[in-house]
Unconditional design. Sequence first.
Length: 424
Amino acid sequence: MLGDGWEARVKEKLRRSQSTQGDQSTNEFHHDHQQETDPNQGQTTGEWGPERMAEEMRSKAAQEEAKFGGGNRDSVNSEDSQKQTESSECGRSFRFIPATEILTVKPVEWLVKEFLEAGVLAVMFGDPESYKSFIALDMACCIATHRPWHGHFTKKGPVFVILGEGAGGYGRRLAAWQKGKMRSLEDAPIFVSTAPAQILNEASAGEVAEALQSLRDQHGDPSLLVIDTLARNFGPGDENSTADMTRFINHLDRHIGNTFTRLLIHHSGLGDKTRGRGSSVLRGAVDAELRTTRRDDGTVELSCTKMKDAPPFPPITFKPEVVVIGQDGNEPITSLYLEKTDPPAQEAPKLSGQMEDALRLLALMDGKSCRIHKLDWMEFCLQEKVYNRTSLYRAIDEMCDKGFIEKTGDCVKLSHQSHRVASL
């Protein structure tokens, strides 16, 4: 515990710290100013004064004159003129326009209301067996049949699915969706590939583009294209490579197209489960990022970790339902479909005595109303012996996960929940 008189002691430390920082900033300013100029000569110190620079320029001019004769100089001037002409021609497609020409206020065009926009690049990631493919299939079938997705509007249109694994298992899931939702897919414009793609490979990507164009000629542009999974359709490259992931995204735009929604099914990171696996280039490129999390009770939560041009949707919970889709002799053939369900009741997070002391220090530093640099807060926690350095890092992560503090970059702030739990 903090002990008697801790509040007065910490306030005095804060006052001294602020005073010291002000003096230090003044000293640093005078120090830097003295280094910038030489008071005796009135010019920048160092070897490169005006006389030295002028001498160097005259020397270079003499060298160029010796190197280029009359004919050679004309040749160089001709080449320079040609380069300027080429540069001018290349630059004709690049121009600026008044901002008012693009000043439009249009509502978001949704493919699945609140969850998936039309015409974007999106990724859905999660651990194995977290039902991400089932959720994507559920969306795809609802779009193809113009059926609301668990009460949310869908925009009808063709759906193309590039499968990285066998179509047999996907067929059973489609059959389970039909039976569980009591909706036929007989005339629905949903099409699946017979083999995975190798999008990083130019020849394979070109073959996929031809097959897609054939479908588009018959059925029009798709509303949704699902790539399940990114890893199985990536091709000869490394997901962790910035260059390979950048090339993958470029090939998606160039060969697959970017006028419709493309949904990539992806695995979560090996160490960090809160992000997709591989290069961060992917997250930077997508317009929306969805995460699936399987709970201990067997339900799965779909949450939003990025929504570029709209508010993130609140988490939604699904329960897998088993359905018999056929018989193998005397044995039933089963598969799954998903139904929306209520999230499990959650207990209020518990606050340890050490956490409460750390939060009280943060409150004293005015962490209730403004954000405090994390290192400043940590320093006071260490000085007051609330934690040692190793355990403090873990404690801060835990307080953030439990919702007691809010982190923005390197700054922290007390959450509303910490006020209720700790009565701060």
